[in-house]
Design a protein around this ligand. Structure first.
Ligand code: PLP
Length: 465
């Protein structure tokens, strides 16, 4: 399988190179040159365990030997504390797909445990080092650190918005004292962090001399690992409920999770509705409902991992929306860079069957949903999952069963749960163990040059200057 850039001005490359490169040199994102059809294999795949299914799906997209991939996948999902990795819980009409049983208790572990192991395998084969540079709104950072810490040939440099992640999220990052972990608290918002990271990746000299690699959701391997749970849940629920289509509701920020669902749909998975749920930072739901994608100010919400205005993976969807035409996509992205706006008037109409629909939940709806779910089912939702459940209940059609993705363990967002229920009935040992531990971090202004200087000071350049 070859990978192409959405902007069409980078050479096609194989899977391993794609993973090591992150963002393409032309500023675009990598996509597979073709998407395999799974339909003929549904029956066989529905019977598989999660790791076995992950092996079968990931195998279609990679250039690794089967035994290497099998071991990599098994090792990645052995780190989860649920035997079935992503438990499916049926609560009356709604099915929850729990994606938070990994080391940092958010869905990002599913991709980042895999990606950490994958990087290690690739570095062992190729030699060299990799410095993982990540911008995080909270959960990616800790999951990237959990996937990187203690590894010999890798460092993690994590930029997070100072004071805008929850105390637990911050502790999950800053209590990791391994020498190869660098936490940078940036005095700005998540988009500032992401802008700095993107600028450094777009500087080929800097990127090469510091061997920068990405764990952000721009890395195709993350999308790839996330496709698996859509297929897993859909096939199991369709078989058990004897239906031939399902819907998903997905709490969304950077469009990485829901884009994996879109790829699953392009692989033939019968997704009737792919419901994109946002909080008050609703650029994505405005796009699908009103037809404009326009940058606004980030407002802090109850679900901070979704406090994002520019969703990097959205470019991958736009690429398909413009009929896989890189020149047209380039024009749109350039115009967006200038004006901060993409209008649906500049796009071809949505193709028949495109499963997207969208909505948003504000603070009151999020709190109300957490309350209602606890009262009705004794089930505690975290605020991100609650956004997905709220919008899912509003938008879903009765003909197709709704699967809501639960993206974080509620104990990780205790304040929000307490705001809704007056207490937090959900606990987790790993979170309680964080309190009082020593921490390490560096506070920096939202200035690309200061981050460059930090990297130059703390990491070895590999160029012979
Ligand atoms: C990252 C995150 C999201 C948003 O996922 P995207 O891939 O950025 O759309 C939702 N919920 C939680 C708990 C997260 O950590």
């Amino acid at each position: 399988m070859q990978y192409i850039s959405t902007r069409g001005q980078a050479e096609p490359i194989g899977f391993s190179d794609t993973v090591m490169t992150g963002l393409a040199d032309d500023g675009g994102l990598f996509l597979p040159s073709e998407i395999p059809d799974l339909k003929p294999r549904f029956e066989e795949l529905a019977a598989l365990s999660y790791p076995d299914l992950a092996f079968e799906i990931i195998r279609l997209y990679v250039d690794l030997a089967d035994d290497v991939l099998r071991e990599l996948v098994n090792r990645s999902y052995a780190a989860f504390d649920a035997p079935d990795v992503v438990p499916i819980r049926r609560l009356n009409g709604i099915t929850m797909l729990e994606l938070f049983h990994g080391p940092t208790l958010a869905f990002k572990d599913i991709a980042l445990q895999f990606l950490g192991n994958l990087f290690e395998v690739l570095l062992q084969a190729r030699g060299g080092r990799l410095n993982i540079l990540t911008a995080t709104s909270g959960d990616t950072g800790s999951a990237a650190i959990a996937g990187t810490r203690g590894r010999e040939f890798m460092n993690a440099i994590v930029l997070y918005p100072h004071g805008r992640v929850t105390p637990v999220q911050e502790l999950q990052m800053t209590t990791v004292l391994d020498e190869n972990v660098h936490n940078l608290a940036i005095e700005g918002d998540f988009d500032d962090c992401q802008t700095i990271v993107k600028a450094l990746f777009r500087d080929p000299d800097f990127k090469q001399s510091y061997s920068l690699g990405a764990m952000n959701s721009i890395n195709w391997a993350r999308v790839l690992a996330q496709i698996v749970y859509y297929v897993y849940a859909a096939l199991k629920v369709m078989r058990d409920r004897k239906v031939d289509e399902i819907s998903f509701s997905v709490p969304s920020g950077n469009f990485g999770n829901v884009f994996a669902g879109y790829v699953a749909w392009r692989m033939g998975l019968p997704i009737r509705q792919l419901i994109l749920a946002t909080n008050e930072n609703d650029i994505l739901s405005r796009f699908f409902n009103l037809g404009d994608y326009s940058r606004g100010e980030v407002v802090p919400s109850m679900s901070p991992s979704m406090d994002i205005q520019v969703a990097s993976n959205f470019e991958r969807y736009l690429y398909y929306r413009v009929g896989e035409d890189p020149a047209r996509l380039r024009g749109l992205m350039e115009a967006f860079g200038r004006s901060g706006l993409i209008s649906c008037d500049d796009l071809p109409p949505r193709p028949a069957g495109d499963p997207f629909c969208a909505g948003s939940a504000d603070r009151d709806s999020t709190i109300g949903t957490i309350k209602q779910f606890y009262e009705r089912f004794g089930y505690v939702l975290d605020p991100h999952s609650a956004v997905g459940v709220y919008v899912g209940m509003q938008k879903s059609v009765p003909q197709s069963p709704l699967i809501c993705l639960a993206t974080a363990h509620p104990a990780k967002f205790e304040d929000a749960v307490v705001a809704a229920l007056g207490k937090c009935p959900a606990r987790h040992d790993r979170i309680e163990a964080l309190q009082g531990k020593p921490t390490r971090r560096t506070v920096l202004p939202a200035d690309e040059n200061r981050v460059r200087a930090y990297i130059a000071e703390h990491l070895h350049s590999t160029s012979k200057r």
